[in-house]
Design a protein around this ligand. Structure first.
Ligand SMILES: C[S@@+](CC[C@H](N)C(=O)[O-])C[C@H]1O[C@@H](n2cnc3c(N)ncnc32)[C@H](O)[C@@H]1O
Length: 284
């Protein structure tokens, strides 16, 4: 039983809601060509470090004939996935010692996981469990351009809360982002681990609630995902501080205001644009 990530780093709803947006069907056209996998084939796909399972869920929608397995070492995420995500087999386990035989999968995929796992283990384990000719897809967010609405500026209550958080070492302590690699190092590392035909592509995910092409549901989902991320960050950090209730109330009320403005059609044009790198390599 390991709940390190969900208890200390990112909560279930933070990951699930933000990734449901990132892997929404409106963005599939940006992933489809980079993935370059047969939509109709009966593939065996493994997602590594799946969190609560939003990418695995999207893969099930996008590749309906595939058999999807998802693995993470955090038991809260696995339990959430088992109860809330249909069509995916969730397994608790370690990406550095994958509990699968050699040559099992046609595709392995991960999103924002590589930087947290020792690179040799991360890539060589995927190489081992892929079938010859199998595809390794490694996704990671490289940059976020963001601009917040005036009503969402950090409040005095939040500022006081974050000052009161005594443990500043949460990320370091839990091995977060111990192995960052640049846009050049990651594909080179895949080649060093024997993957061939390595390619890199970038998807641009525009999360602007006021974008006219987005439905009201989509606009509200973007705002609510930000709200949940703010609330869960405070809840997680509150283990290191006692001063969190005022900050929680402040976040709730500023997001209520953002939703009110959105509901009344008063545009703020706040945005978050993600540049997602997609690296694809093939097992020899
Ligand atoms: C940034 S989160 C990304 C989660 C998910 N891919 C997503 O995009 O929502 C990193 C994930 O990697 C998982 N993780 C870290 N090290 C791991 C390991 N050695 N084996 C399995 N999962 C691991 C964490 O538990 C966490 O769920």
């Amino acid at each position: 039983m390991n709940t390190i990530w969900s208890d200390n780093v990112q909560g279930i709803q933070t990951l699930y809601l933000s990734r449901k947006l990132r892997f929404d069907d409106v963005f599939f056209c940006q992933y489809r060509d980079s993935f370059n996998i047969d939509k109709d084939a009966e593939l065996k796909i493994l997602e590594i470090g799946c969190g609560p399972g939003a990418l695995a869920e999207a893969m099930h929608r996008w590749y309906p004939n595939a058999q999807i397995t998802a693995i993470d070492r955090d038991s809260n995420f696995i339990s959430f996935g088992r109860h809330n995500v249909a069509g995916v087999e969730f397994i608790e386990g370690d990406a550095e010692h994958l509990p699968f035989a050699d040559n099992t999968f046609d595709v392995t995929i991960s999103n924002t996981v590589q930087e947290h796992i020792e690179p040799n283990a991360f890539l060589s384990e995927q190489y081992r469990v892929l079938k010859p000719g199998g595809i390794c897809l490694c996704l990671s967010t490289r940059k976020e351009l963001s601009c917040i609405a005036p009503c969402l500026k950090i409040t005095k209550e939040e500022e006081e809360f974050w000052k009161s958080v005594t443990s500043e070492k949460i990320l370091e302590e839990y091995g977060v982002c111990q192995y960052p690699m640049s846009e050049a190092e990651l594909p080179a590392s895949m080649e060093q681990h024997c993957f061939k035909d390595v390619t890199t592509n970038y998807a641009i995910i525009n999360l602007t609630p006021d974008k006219p092409e987005y439905s009201v549901t989509m606009g509200e989902r973007i705002i609510k995902s930000m709200r949940q991320t703010n609330l869960e960050s405070i809840a997680i950090a509150s283990a290191h501080s006692t001063e969190y209730k005022r900050a929680i109330d402040a976040v709730k009320s500023k997001f209520d205001e953002r939703l009110r403005l959105y509901g009344e059609g008063i545009k703020q044009w706040d945005t978050s644009v993600l540049i997602i790198m997609i690296i694809r390599g093939k097992k020899r």
